[in-house]
Design a protein around this ligand. Structure first.
Ligand SMILES: [Zn+2]
Length: 512
């Protein structure tokens, strides 16, 4: 939100719609088509990492998704109470306000008997902030990945309906069975006296004005906010007109409550302090009797979240798979994109263990504990080859004896002895396999000018496409040729003999 605001703002102010469209653009840059699964879900309108990136396969447009995400973030920052602790607003970074027309302020001043239209402005600013933070806003179409729902697709905060719109609305008074309604007028007891406990909005009138305003004045305000366009109708009630809100980066006009410590932005309050007969500096938080005191953003300069929001740059995480199931060409392409930084996360199998050049890594995450010291060294050793970086290797231990053992004794894996691989040339099985492989390769190369990987087993056996059971070897099978080649060809027996000599002599072979 902060990044997008900076792109959308002029003179430190931007409409919430302009920020939404900048945010949408941010999301289009972050949204990455997954190349390996569900090609239908590839996104058309995301911002490609370069002009050569394939877009043909991208059938689905993600503009709508990006917009939904943008709305979700804005709603979370400025329209839901749940994120209030760490929102850009609560941290004194961005304020969210309406622009009040002078004539309307004048009218509010007269109706509420304010001395000054600045009092009307501070009152309306506070009131609409409270309404906004109860979620009574008309923004629709937010996506549903809210962290408060566990980020589950389809999960929505309780206040939102299936269209991603807040169900909270204002009505003049609330019936006891209306869950999503907030009363605009004071709730009354049977004897027509105001109840002791009132909602956040009504409590604010009493705090600010030091008494309840007359019902007539509140009825006027309820309608006038609609006439002026700040309220819109929603079902039988009303919500704040989201589109009219502006976001503002401001170093001044921030206040902190001396009791609950919450931070609020109230322009022009400074000019009223000490000369208003109303409680213009009352805290906006419900049930808080504290007073607002001037606050400077620098006081929070070491705040973790404030620091993250203001200083950090978002890095799109573009991840792809690297496994032997992909063709060598595709793998080479991904390795190259990774070296260029256009992919920054490779999810790989052990194909990546040796020999593949993917350049420098900052971190390696291992899904399990590698079987041997050598595997650990090959995998973990990919990170931090240069001396100027800090590398991280994270191993994820599973509930099995191997992982548990090394979890208890990590140094045995990290610093253990590396076994030197060895081969027993006297092993008859190894000799047999090796000679067979050599013979087959020779046959294919000399007789057919083929490499072993270029021939399918079905073709080798000469099987038709739709065979179900092998009854006899078809005459045209390469296998028949191979058998003949082995029988008759001189070079075949020469080759076998040469290998037997090298592996320890034909005598030993025939003896065993
Ligand atoms: Zn407070």
């Amino acid at each position: 939100v902060w990044l997008s605001f900076q792109k959308a703002q002029t003179n430190g102010i931007a409409s919430v719609l302009a920020v939404e469209s900048a945010l949408t653009k941010e999301f289009l840059g972050l949204s990455i088509p997954h190349p390996d699964r569900e090609p239908k879900k590839h996104h058309r309108s995301y911002i490609a990492r370069d002009e050569n990136e394939e877009t043909v396969k991208n059938e689905r447009d993600c503009l709508e998704w990006a917009q939904k995400r943008a709305r979700e973030l804005l709603l979370r920052e400025f329209g839901l109470p749940s994120a209030r602790r760490f929102s850009v607003e609560a941290l004194g970074i961005l304020a969210c306000h309406f622009q009040w027309p002078g004539e309307f302020l004048q009218a509010v001043k007269e109706r509420f008997d304010f001395q000054d239209s600045l009092e009307a402005k501070v009152f309306l600013t506070g009131l609409t902030q409270i309404i906004r933070l109860t979620s009574a806003v008309d923004l629709e179409g937010a996506s549903s990945y809210f962290p408060e729902t566990g980020g589950i697709d389809g999960g929505l905060p309780k206040r939102l309906d299936s269209k991603g719109r807040s169900q909270i609305r204002l009505e003049l008074s609330r019936q006891s069975n209306e869950k999503h309604t907030i009363g605009f007028l004071p709730a009354k007891k049977d004897d027509r006296q105001p109840k002791e406990r009132q909602n956040a909005i009504v409590s604010y009138y009493r705090k600010f004005l030091k008494k309840y305003p007359s019902e007539e004045v509140l009825l006027w305000l309820f309608d006038e906010l609609l006439q002026q366009g700040f309220f819109v109708r929603h079902e039988v009630g009303r919500q704040l007109h989201w589109e009219l809100l502006n976001l503002q980066a401001s170093e001044s006009d921030w206040y902190r409550c001396n009791t609950c410590q919450q931070i609020f932005h109230l322009p022009d309050l400074q000019q009223l302090s000490g000369r208003s007969s109303f409680a213009v500096d009352c805290c906006l938080a419900h049930r808080c009797q504290g007073q607002l005191r001037p606050f400077r953003g620098e006081e929070l300069k070491d705040h973790h979240y404030r620091h993250i929001i203001r200083e950090r740059v978002i890095l799109p995480l573009r991840s792809q798979e690297h496994t032997a199931q992909l063709g060598t060409e595709e793998l080479a392409k991904r390795e190259s994109l990774f070296r260029q930084g256009k992919i920054n996360l490779l999810s790989s199998s052990t194909t990546l263990e040796m020999g593949v050049d993917i350049g420098e890594l900052q971190a390696v995450a291992l899904r399990n504990f590698p079987p041997h010291v050598s595997n650990y060294q090959q995998r973990a050793g990919r990170a931090g080859r240069r001396t100027d970086g800090v590398a991280i290797t994270l191993m994820y231990g599973q509930r099995r004896p191997h992982d548990r053992y090394y979890f208890e004794k990590p140094t045995e894996l990290i610093n253990g002895k590396n076994k030197v691989p060895k081969l027993d040339p006297d092993n008859l099985e190894i000799q047999k396999r090796h000679i067979r492989a050599e013979l087959l390769a020779n046959f294919l190369r000399d007789a057919r000018a083929l490499g072993a990987e270029k021939i399918a087993m079905k073709a080798f056996l000469g099987l038709p496409d739709n065979y179900t059971k092998l009854t006899g070897l078809p005459g045209e099978a390469l296998l028949s040729d191979l058998l003949q080649w082995l029988e008759n060809h001189e070079s075949a027996s020469l080759l076998a003999r040469r290998w037997l000599d090298r592996l320890g002599g034909i005598d030993r072979f025939t003896r065993s």
